[in-house]
Write a protein of this length. Sequence first.
Length: 238
Amino acid sequence: MKPLLEIESLRAGYGAINVLWDVSLTVEAGKTTVIVGPNGAGKTTLLRAVMGLIPVEGGDIRVDGASRRGAKTWDTVASGIVMIPEGRMIFPDMTVEDNLMMGAFPRGCRRDWKRNKEMVFEMFPRLVERRHQIAGTLSGGEAQMLAIGRGLMEQPRVCLIDEPSLGLAPVVVDEIFRILGRLRDQGMTIVLVEQNTSRALKIADQVYLMQSGKVVMSERGDRVDLDRLHALYFAHET
Ligand code: ATP
């Protein structure tokens, strides 16, 4: 069977500035693929390229074996690939419930929005309490739950999640990772970008380490040699 998502020799960047050099990785259905690496390694850029938010200059992106290179972002979302960006990016002037509704627009999600909303509320009881609250007044952790919940409203086949723990208190980070673990147990396909390596490794089926726009290590989650990972992680840092 073809992998759900395959990235092959990808080259992409911002105009004349190339960031990703020959990046290849494979995302298997139902698995959690973790991408770690220092600031500026190109992790977010990789997710943006997959979403069609920046042009692909070389290589290929395949879903179920079919090339998606050059696909528009709306079409990528319609194919079931959803990105939960760094910094939450919720609609601050809308209520929690309306934010969730915004996730129900793509594809056939509108038909199932009630069921999806119940599923999100079951996963995040805090959002039920806050359903009529203006999203801009949520705490950082609640906003992250809402961002994940909105992504789930889109009935994703693959969830690309960028730095969900960023700026959150340790106890809230625990809660976010508990939820990610639960999604994984339910069979969700997750691509997780994280700087919190130790926590991310606990839920990783496959780990990729990026450094200066390249993949410098790829290993099964349960086989990662932490000393080697750390040595490579800091290899180019001064
Ligand atoms: P971080 O953890 O800090 O977000 P990252 O691994 O996600 O790091 P990227 O955000 O992908 O790294 O950035 C990779 C490189 O691309 C950096 O050198 C960054 O300065 C550059 N870059 C990011 N966004 C842009 C942009 N919009 N225009 C030009 N260069 C950019």
